[in-house]
Design a protein around this ligand. Structure first.
Ligand SMILES: Nc1ncnc2c1ncn2[C@@H]1O[C@H](COP(=O)(O)OP(=O)(O)OP(=O)(O)O)[C@@H](O)[C@H]1O
Length: 493
């Protein structure tokens, strides 16, 4: 049995309303506003829906959540509560921020401000399996590997969540039958868009998680199967141990949810049981109720002088009713002002959280091997690429220079001269010696024909011999060079 509405909720809502009334006395409110407010109060009193009371009874709590992409403010002081054991239908027009919110809840996106608690702790908290096996997340952009078969896909997620192969096999058989999937050996790349969505839904349902986060699971699914999926969700939440948050563009199918949240421009316009939301707006369908809420919101926005599509005020208080707009009408959870508990984890849990799990490493290795097996071309390329890179580097960088044209001006004519011996030591494949006269060499250098000149004075051998045999000091050893240079300079002049 689900707990009854927290009695603390209604007084909090009434207090907000009372505050609104106080404000309203300063400026006379018109009749429609008063009627609206009275209607809202009556509806709140009518809310005898089965909703939980304690903090531990909420699967998800979002308080004053803000998230921006650069300058684009997507979530603005959003408050949302998913009671434990309920299906929460998150509705809203395209681009209102539903997917962004779900990513923040699952912990793959960080919020800029506010607090989120998922199954008792913030997402991605050390030691908390969110994201992990406590949560089944079906993203909007399907995270499937095209080279995998349906069986590989479910086995991979089974490994990640620590299921035994027997458990995975049993769940796989059930899900293939339940979701009307093709043969388990069918490759994902050969499946239709709708079939892929169903495989992705199967992966989210695989480990029987405590919380299901489903981003448009019924898109491209035929009505019969759509009904079956909803029926399954209704069945699993009946145990009270599983909660579901689901987004859909088919607003009317969300009537099967226990609670709906109508989202627009990054915050909730209303949150409550579908019947209550419809009753409040005297609408026969959720779609009509949503339309009315949008119109009311637009009117308030235009009165406030801001564009309805424009960014939200940081801490929006309804200017006329005093209602805290960060709290949706018919909000099911505690107020935004409630105290947020502090969470802490000891260093051992933090350290364990940082270390990768062995089963995840194994699952990733097997995944890589299966993908390589199915893509032989890519496998060859991955092995050949380093070989090609190394060969290209060896060919282009680090090779000895060749055919460098160097002018040689040798004023020693004797074949036994040291200069001849020195020149014979040079590697002829790298340095191509061109014997020239002094003038020709310098002309060639000026014309850019030669890289340099090697020059020997006519007394180079005698100076060298003298310096070796006569002088023993280091100064003497250096002398031939300087003498040679001097001699060469003299000759050059
Ligand atoms: N990675 C991103 N970088 C920049 N902007 C983004 C990014 N992801 C989403 N947005 C923008 O944030 C806004 C909300 O996007 P989001 O996907 O949350 O909307 P949605 O309500 O899920 O839409 P739909 O129902 O069409 O899936 C959009 O204006 C979108 O362009």
């Amino acid at each position: 049995m689900k707990p009854a509405v927290g009695s603390a909720l209604l007084p909090a809502a009434m207090a907000a309303e009372a505050a609104g009334r106080d404000d309203a006395t300063a400026e006379p409110a018109d009749c429609t506003e008063m009627e609206e407010r009275l209607k809202e109060e009556r509806m709140k009193a009518d809310l005898e829906a089965s909703l939980p009371a304690g903090q531990e009874d909420y699967a998800i709590q979002c308080r004053d959540v803000c998230r921006s992409y650069g300058k684009l403010k997507v979530l603005s002081n959003l408050n949302l509560t998913v009671p434990q054991g309920h299906i929460y239908g998150l509705l809203g027009p395209s681009g209102c921020g539903k997917t962004t919110l779900l990513k923040c809840i699952v912990g793959t996106l960080k919020i800029s401000r506010g607090h989120i608690t998922v199954l008792g702790k913030p997402p991605a908290f050390p030691g908390h399996d969110v994201p992990g096996k406590m949560v089944g997340y079906m993203p909007q952009d399907l995270a499937l590997y095209n080279e995998f078969t349906i069986s590989d896909t479910l086995t991979f997620f089974g490994r990640i969540h620590g299921l035994t192969s027997k458990e995975t096999q049993a769940r796989m058989d059930f899900l293939i039958d339940f979701l009307d999937l093709p043969q388990k050996h069918s490759l994902v790349r050969n499946l239709s868009g709708g079939q892929r969505r169903r495989v992705s839904l199967g992966a989210a349902l695989l480990q029987n998680p405590e919380l299901l986060i489903l981003d448009e699971p019924t898109v491209g699914v035929d009505p019969v199967l759509r009904a079956k999926i909803w029926q399954h969700l209704v069945e699993i939440v009946k145990t009270g141990k599983v909660s579901v948050i689901i987004t859909t563009h088919y607003i009317e199918e969300a009537r099967q949810a226990n609670v709906v949240g109508l989202m627009r421009n990054g915050h909730l316009l209303a949150e409550g049981p579908p019947d209550a939301v419809m009753k409040q707006h005297s609408a026969t369908t959720l779609e009509h109720a949503f339309l009315q809420l949008c119109e009311t919101s637009d009117q308030i926005d235009s009165k406030r002088g801001s564009s309805p599509q424009g960014g939200q005020l940081e801490n929006s208080q309804s200017f006329e009713s005093g209602r805290d707009e960060s709290r949706p009408i018919l909000g099911v959870g505690p107020g935004a002002t409630e105290e947020v508990p502090k969470y802490s984890a000891d260093w051992k849990v933090r350290a364990r959280h940082l270390l990768p799990k062995w089963r995840n490493i194994a699952a990733l290795m097997i995944k890589t091997m299966v993908r390589m097996k199915r893509m032989p071309g890519s496998l060859c390329f991955q092995f050949l690429l380093p070989v090609i890179q190394i060969s290209l580097i060896c060919l282009c960088v680090g090779g000895d220079p060749r055919g460098i044209q160097v002018a040689v001006v040798n004023n020693e004519t004797s074949p036994s001269a040291y200069s001849q011996s020195l020149l014979s030591f040079l590697d002829n494949s790298s340095v191509h010696q061109v014997p020239l006269s002094h003038t020709e060499a310098f002309d060639g250098i000026y014309n850019g024909e030669y890289w340099g000149i090697i020059g020997f004075g006519k007394n180079f051998t005698s100076y060298l011999t003298k310096s070796i045999f006569v002088s023993s000091s280091s100064t003497a050893a250096a002398a031939p060079e300087s003498q040679h240079t001097t001699a060469y300079r003299e000759e050059a002049n």
